[in-house]
Write a protein that binds this ligand. Sequence first.
Ligand code: VG1
Ligand code: CO
Length: 542
Amino acid sequence: MIETVPTTAYQDQKPGTSGLRKKVRHFQQPNYIENFVQAIFDSLDGFEGQTLVLGGDGRYHNREVIQVVLRMAAANGFGRVLVGQGGILSTPAASNVIRKYQAFGGIILSASHNPGGPDEDFGIKYNIGNGGPAPESVTDAIYARTQAIDAYKTVTAPDIDIDTIGESFIEGMSVQVIDSVADYAALMETLFDFGAIRDLIGSGFRVVFDAMSAVTGPYALEIIGRRLGAGEAAVFNGVPLPDFGGHHPDPNLVHAKDLYDTLMAPDAPDFGAASDGDGDRNLIVGKHIFITPSDSLAMLAANAHLAPGYAAGLKGIARSMPTSGAADRVAEKLGIPLYETPTGWKFFGNLLDAGMATICGEESAGTGSDHVREKDGLWAVLLWLNILAVRRESVAAIAEAHWATYGRNYYARHDYEGIDTAAADALMAELRGKLASLPGSAVAGLTIASADDFAYTDPVDGSVSAKQGIRIGFEGGSRVVFRLSGTGTSGATLRVYLERYEPADGDLAQDTPQALAPLITAAEAIAGIARHSGRSEPDVVT
Ligand code: VG1
Ligand code: CO
């Protein structure tokens, strides 16, 4: 029986860079989840009888919320829900299922790389029919609805068994529990030469993958372990746990340190990779060499034609504004357009749908292509492996040859986490206030050439997104970018992105911290980070 339940609106349900993310306990307030899910449905038109895709990264509270959404989807008139077995779907796998089965949209339960558990983070995100994150027009409508909502719809029904593949019904709505991995693995087989990668691995090339006790475990075990023949032992932390084993499932040099150390050891494997909580990020580490995500994007774009799915070449490359310009040089050489978008995968959707870009990437360890509408961690790993299988060179040799052709963009991101929100806002306001006066002035021995607040006009639909980050350009091509994170759940996180270009005939073998030292000093002098935040060092350097 369909019930309409009265509720009281919450004023803090504004989706951030990637959906609504809060502490689990915050989500456990009365009707907090129901309000947000109803606001999503109320903001959509024409889903009566249509299909919804539902899954998550398996974190604490995932299973309970799946049941809530199933009942509400039935009450609101969806015809069918496709749910990943056990409530599990990685973010790129969910994107694929939406596209493959022509669903109306999907709800993904994840707080991505944020930790999980009763005192940690949870998240809810809506994806549209192209498989990608809802654009700002939709998330703005959802937020507006959350502020006025006074009732939600649900049905009285027992919990659905989400662990057994097959079909059941709630109030006439079909619930199909699907294999979480099968459709995704099949898609990967269409893009990459699995035979060539199997031969590479069979020849003694050693691959390891750290699933960080998060969603990619079953995907990596099936694809890397079984289909590519690397074996189960190649997958570390391959069982998804509700609290990710107490770790941050964030594939960077701090949280994936075990993997990094494995690849830096004297008898290191040839290739190592990791993914995040929901499977859309990737970390690539070759034997004795770390590949920055910005470089990885550029190297993948330069070599993508070696994989069957990209043999026809790329239509264009898109990168988020703070991502380094390494990919720009590849686009230039290939004679294809390069698009610079705000941070967040939702800004790539229109470019991909319009066939303007084939490969996209972000400095935050996100890379993907037009095969789905999300970034895709395992896809990046497989493209790397396909390239390695064709070139039969080491990761280090590929990187060095790349820099010798295009030059090298030394790059790092400094994060100041959990700082006081008012202090972070003051820092940004002060920066914005002095932008006009900066060009021409000298800081830490560098001359400022340009200073602005990045605004993006979508070339497809003309929508404008302003205030997307402060860019300071220096003479000689170096750059510092300042922006506040839109995914955190406590206080504010300031991100400072540092980049220095060294041409192909320059010094390509410097230590990154040393190469960036003048920029680090300049960033402090320009923004007064210590004065505003009370911090003299970043919490995380990636
Ligand atoms: C961060 C990254 C951004 C990424 C977003 C979602 O956003 O910087 O590049 O798209 O996370 O990734 P922010 O606003 O905190 O800088 V995920 O893997 O957390 O869904
Ligand atoms: Co993620």
